[in-house]
Design a protein around this ligand. Structure first.
Ligand code: MTE
Length: 324
């Protein structure tokens, strides 16, 4: 991926979220999750507003039991170009992204378009912990216990019409809260897309947390996608818009380098990136960090990131070396 020199300029004190507000917001979202997960009710009561995590939530039975990437590594080695292009930038600049209030616009080919608050979006969904592998196109991978719910269950609520063939997702566009958008590294806002059947697949997840806690900003608060059989860049962060569309939508990485990043971007060890092989990956599991991680042993990358039994049927009629 391209590099650019992103150095956040002087931040006005009015733009910085005071520690107290930041912590309160996190607690609020976390407590909301607890209320939804444990009792099926809506948002936190004052009594549980101080609970800093989701508490007891259902565990997805098909979770991978591989060694998990530790919290520290998963929340400090990130790709979120709107908060800077170095892996450590998103954490450093995370406070710029104020996520309260938050709403998601739903439009296009569906019967129930509209602007939904975060509460509206989360309310009916029981949260679940699913441990997924996430394979980055840069040939490293993580194993993360996400907290979330099925994307398909969310999409069904808006009653997509027969014309909805694809779903397009958009990240917040705001140069103050996402200062990396001051630089033309990608076409902003970051957009991604899935074919309707991919979006409705039970593995496609809307994540609101990881390791039992609300998503840190650098991981895409307050809600993001996780599509575990595709390269990590399909898992768009900090979503503000979901559109049901008839034709294949443009996506940021495909627009920026169409030869390197296709629309499908299924993890495929037999199709090399034009500049490097995709046959192997470095698993970030906390054993090696920083520079050491760059030189640690690599493991074989699996077709569809190891989720072939679940998703290969979606692509039986396609030549995946052309539709990469
Ligand atoms: N979403 C937005 N809006 N901006 C980004 O730069 N990077 C993607 C994806 N989602 C990105 C994004 C890439 S390349 C990867 S590998 C994953 O987020 C990384 O997710 P993580 O930082 O939570 O591990």
């Amino acid at each position: 991926m391209k590099k650019y020199l992103y150095r956040p300029g002087k931040i006005k004190s009015s733009e910085i979220t005071p520690e107290e507000v930041f912590v309160k917001r996190r607690e609020f979202l976390a407590a909301a999750g607890l209320a939804i997960g444990a009792t099926g009710s809506v948002f936190p009561t004052i009594a549980n507003a101080a609970v800093p995590d989701f508490g007891e939530i259902a565990k997805w039975p098909k979770s991978t039991v591989e060694k998990q990437t530790p919290w520290d590594q998963a929340t400090s080695y990130n790709n979120f170009y709107e908060l800077g292009t170095d892996k450590g930038d998103p954490k450093k600049n995370a406070r710029r992204l104020i996520t309260e209030p938050w709403s998601v616009e739903i439009d296009g080919e569906c019967n129930k378009p509209g602007t939904y608050t975060l509460e509206d979006i989360l309310k009916p969904h029981a949260l679940e912990e699913r441990v997924y592998r996430l394979r980055c196109v840069e040939a490293w991978s993580m194993v993360i216990p996400w907290v979330g719910f099925s994307l398909g269950d969310l999409l069904k609520r808006f009653e997509p019409t027969g014309n909805a063939k694809y779903v397009r997702f958009e990240t917040l566009l705001d140069k103050t809260r996402l200062p990396g958008q001051q630089y033309p590294v990608l076409k902003w806002p970051y957009t991604e897309g899935l074919r309707m059947d991919e979006a409705m697949h039970p593995l496609s997840l809307i994540a609101v947390g990881l390791y039992g806690k609300a998503l840190p900003n650098q991981n895409g608060a307050p809600l993001r996608l996780v599509v575990p059989w595709k390269y990590g860049f399909k898992s768009i962060k900090s979503i503000v818009k979901i559109s049901f569309v008839e034709s294949q939508p443009d996506t940021s990485w495909n627009l920026s380098a169409p030869r390197e990043y296709g629309f499908y971007s299924n993890v495929n060890p037999t199709v090399s990136h034009p500049r490097w092989s995709q046959a192997k990956e470095r698993r970030l599991d906390g054993d090696s960090k920083g520079l050491a991680a760059l030189f640690s042993d690599k493991q074989e990358t699996l077709m569809f990131n190891g989720y072939g039994a679940e998703v290969a049927a979606l692509y039986t009629d396609m030549d995946l070396s052309k539709n990469f």
